[in-house]
Design a protein around this ligand. Sequence first.
Ligand SMILES: [Zn+2]
Length: 170
Amino acid sequence: MPPDSTDPVASFVRANEAYAGKFAKGDLAMRSKTGVTILTCGDSRVDPAYFLGLPEGEAYIFRNAGGRVTDDFLRLFFITQMLGSRRVMVIHHTDCGLNRFSNQVIHDRTRNELGLDSSGTDFLPYTDLDQSVRDDVARLRSSPSVRKDVLVSGYVYDVKSGRMTEVTSP
Ligand SMILES: [Zn+2]
């Protein structure tokens, strides 16, 4: 059996060849149509292109561990603000690893399972899902990196039902 047939990356590359073969969106602008920026988790079950029905060119989408407002996200948001973004959706989700594991558990596991020292890293875990959304919305609203006319709202996406619920309105 050739290795190609079992390598998921090889299958992704083949899928891209099929995608490019039918691609007809090469004229899309760098500036998104809606100006909405979405921050959510990198969890494989949480993809706003699917659960918000977003084709290419609609919104700026950033994903990290938990969908947390980090210094790195704020650095990226300077760019999307320059591209006209004045709306942000912060979307955390049920069954998130950051709601299940403390920093200490993650540090212990990276050491025991990976042989890596992550003790200097704050993974921004949380215990209250809705409060984690409110905290990140508040951080954006009070950040000197964010224009005062940017509207920020917060949501929880349920990985069992596929439904997104508002926690904080704009
Ligand atoms: Zn997550």
